[in-house]
Design a binder for this molecule. Structure first.
Ligand SMILES: [Zn+2]
Ligand SMILES: [Zn+2]
Length: 301
């Protein structure tokens, strides 16, 4: 809730005219208590998850052999897709909802503000970049912890139910797993406090990346391919393919943690084997082509 009764009061306090974005924020948030603004986070997570995952799920269902599918032989049925959505939405609402209701004092303590002025575009971009890196590092170590025998059997096994992940299964997890994800996501804003709008944008990016890395498609035109050290769907797909025994690809977003801590060996071996297999296949095809053309030219003589 803003401490100004009118826009004129807000502009007097700022010492300048409000920007368009600030005027919109003033109209929206002036009378809304800060803890209710923070509760918007769960709605944003659910909305982004639904809007990003649904088109990818339709693609799964409507094409018989979708191009760019990482594991084309393993396809989710419509009932699996619906059950995954209901399970994930419930986990999001319960874990996220309860967490946002009770964690507001912590958010206040972390100095996340909802007032004016709004952050500049540069500040916003720098904070989002820091949050992504911090989340990746914390997420890497939480994920390794979740692959210890007890934590895997009691918690992380739920997320690994699908060896071939799909977009709607992105947040499919035990509530403790969702809690770990939330703590890793909040580690950045805890270190570098931000505005509520930055926090909402951060959770929007966070959820988009989560859906993208679990979507099971490797689109060649995906703009994330331009981001250095970005793991993407192919990187995380391998982690799910191996499942419980996986000792590879723990980082949620980038590849540098797995490289630094030597947890990319299985993935590298898998990629090298695939490349060798593809090369052998193409050589065999060339050889077959030569043999059949020799036979044909022999017949003609
Ligand atoms: Zn895992
Ligand atoms: Zn996963």
């Amino acid at each position: 809730m803003l401490p100004y009764a009118t826009a004129a009061e807000a502009e007097a306090a700022l010492g300048r005219v409000m920007t368009r974005a600030e005027s919109a924020w003033f109209r929206y948030s002036a009378a809304v208590p800060d803890h209710l603004l923070f509760c918007h986070t769960v709605a944003i997570l659910l909305l982004v998850y639904t809007l990003a995952a649904l088109p990818l799920s339709l693609l799964e269902l409507t094409t018989s052999t979708p191009t760019y599918k990482l594991q084309p032989r393993t396809r989710p049925t419509p009932s699996i897709l619906i059950r995954s959505y209901l399970h994930s939405a419930r986990a999001l609402l319960l874990s996220g909802g309860v967490l946002s209701l009770f964690s507001y004092p912590t958010v206040k303590l972390l100095r996340i503000r909802a007032g004016l002025p709004l952050p500049s575009a540069g500040e916003l971009a720098a904070q989002l970049a820091v949050y992504q890196l911090v989340n990746d590092y914390a997420g890497y170590w939480f994920h390794r912890l979740l692959h210890t025998p007890w934590a895997y059997q009691h918690v992380h096994r739920v997320h690994h139910r699908f060896n071939a992940p799909f977009a709607l299964a992105a947040p499919y997890a035990h509530w403790t797993d969702v809690l770990f994800l939330g703590v890793a996501a909040m580690a950045g804003p805890a270190l570098v406090p931000c505005h509520m709008i930055t926090l909402w944008l951060w959770f929007l990016v966070f959820q988009l990346v989560l859906v993208e890395t679990h979507c099971g498609f490797d689109f060649p035109f995906n703009p994330t391919k331009l981001i250095p050290f970005y793991g993407g769907a192919e990187h995380h797909d391998y982690h799910h393919l191996v499942g419980e025994k996986s000792r590879s690809n723990f980082a949620p977003v980038f590849t540098y943690c797995d490289y630094l801590y030597g947890t990319d060996k299985g993935y590298k071996y898998h990629k090298a084997s695939q490349a060798k297999l593809t090369k052998e296949k193409s050589e065999n095809n060339v050889e077959k082509g030569r043999s059949s053309s020799k036979i044909n030219s022999g017949k003609q003589k």
